[in-house]
Design a protein around this ligand. Structure first.
Ligand code: 3PG
Ligand code: MG
Length: 399
């Protein structure tokens, strides 16, 4: 892999040069207040931004937030992120109220050496995510005009063939930032020769999102532990009734087929917490998986499952975890996720937490981040990396 890095760029000298940094500042916001509920992704890009500031670059940061539809949409403004980024950097961040328009042009032109600007949400522009090369290219031209060099530190977005990720690096000298480098270093350990036993824990709501990674991991892992909403489609495939739990009917046959081919590597829950409704205060009980009442839905894995999964994790030398075991945002249904997270921290293993949700769960549950080997900022990106797919953002840096 022939990727140039931030250190290479710094060695050339960046003082007075405009450096365009693609970051993934797609942080979760509180639906009511619009406050940032987890600033992990902002913190993750500080080493790169800090190094550029210190070296006297004019730093032009850009990112997407959420999935606006190619036009400005105030609920997805990066303005609160600019505020938080400024607090963390200890210096004001100059916020442009558009991405490539008049505000962006004057904000970039007014930057002094060692100052940081943040452009408004990239996805307020249809060109960012367009499938049309020419439309993406035209937007990439506008973005590239703001930099003399380009740094990709948006690991969470490297799996997107978007203008700021894929087309801009074709137009500017380009390097990988510290975060992208660290993520790739860590994840390549998992795809290389992981120390065994290698145990993977997958959760989250949909089998369909995880199918490709399950297929890719089955031959490689020693154990695959499945919880979260998606376990019910697997339980159904075993002929069990799952009540009103989340179920992807069209995936049942696929799950049955996976279980048949798994040679016993896949471990499913043996007990689950079932509730009357999807609500924090819903009446709930723990039942065995062959006793899920027809009118109730599973919202967490049960204590026997946590014990069984924990036993498998305690043997592991390498662990990858993606996706919560239950609706951890509701305290009544958080024990499964907490239990698994704790088992991972106790194991004498190199552990990687992948995914925005799992990383947020670690912090929301008050767990010590430093007791994990690595907490990835990428959800889809880390899964696609483990699938062995070519990631457009990484490929663009290799050229
Ligand atoms: C993420 O949250 O996974 C990344 O920021 C990418 O966002 P996207 O899935 O909307 O492309
Ligand atoms: Mg995503």
């Amino acid at each position: 892999m022939s990727i140039r890095t931030l250190d290479d760029l710094l060695a050339e000298g960046v003082s007075g040069r405009r450096v365009l940094v693609r970051a993934d500042l797609n942080v979760p916001l509180d639906k009511q207040t619009g406050d940032i509920t987890d600033d992990g992704r902002i913190r993750a890009v500080l080493p790169t931004l800090g190094a550029l500031v210190e070296a006297g670059a004019k730093v032009v940061a850009c990112s997407h937030l959420g999935r606006p539809k190619g036009a400005p949409d105030p609920q997805f403004s990066l303005s609160p992120v600019a505020g938080r980024l400024g607090e963390l950097l200890g210096a004001p961040v100059h916020f442009a109220t558009d991405t490539v328009g008049e505000s962006a042009r004057s904000t970039v032109a007014d930057l002094a050496d060692g100052q940081v600007a943040l452009l408004e949400n990239l996805r307020f522009n249809a060109g960012e995510t367009s499938k049309d090369e020419a439309e993406r290219g035209a937007f990439a031209d506008q973005l590239a005009a703001f930099g003399d060099a380009y740094v990709d530190d948006a690991f969470g977005a490297v799996h997107r063939k978007h203008a700021s990720v894929f087309d801009v690096p074709a137009r500017l000298p380009h390097v990988a930032g510290r975060l992208v480098l660290r993520e790739v270093e860590v994840l390549s350990k998992l795809t290389g020769a992981p120390e065994r036993p290698y145990v993977v824990v997958l959760g989250g709501s949909k089998v369909s999102d995880k199918l490709a990674v399950i297929e890719a991991l089955l031959p490689t892992v020693d154990r695959l532990l499945i919880g979260g909403g998606m376990c019910f489609t697997f339980l159904k495939a075993q002929g069990l009734e799952v009540g009103t739990s989340l179920l992807e009917k069209d995936m049942v046959d696929t799950c049955r087929n996976l279980l048949e081919r798994a040679n016993g590597k896949i471990l499913l829950p043996v007990d689950v917490v079932v509730a009357d409704a999807f609500a924090p205060d819903a009446a709930h009980d723990t039942v065995r998986v062959d006793g899920i009442p027809s009118h109730r839905l599973g919202l967490d894995v049960g204590p026997e499952t946590v014990a069984g999964f924990s036993a498998a994790l305690s043997q592991a030398k390498t662990i990858f975890w993606n996706g919560p075991m239950g609706v951890f945002e509701m305290p009544a249904f958080a024990a499964g996720t907490r239990g698994i997270a704790e088992a991972i921290t106790k194991a004498d293993a190199f552990s990687v937490v992948g995914g925005g949700d799992s990383a947020a769960a670690v912090r929301a549950l008050g767990l010590d981040e430093s007791s994990f080997g690595h907490i990835s900022t990428g959800g889809g990106a880390s899964l696609e990396y483990l699938e062995g797919k070519t990631l457009p953002g990484i490929a663009a840096l290799e050229n």
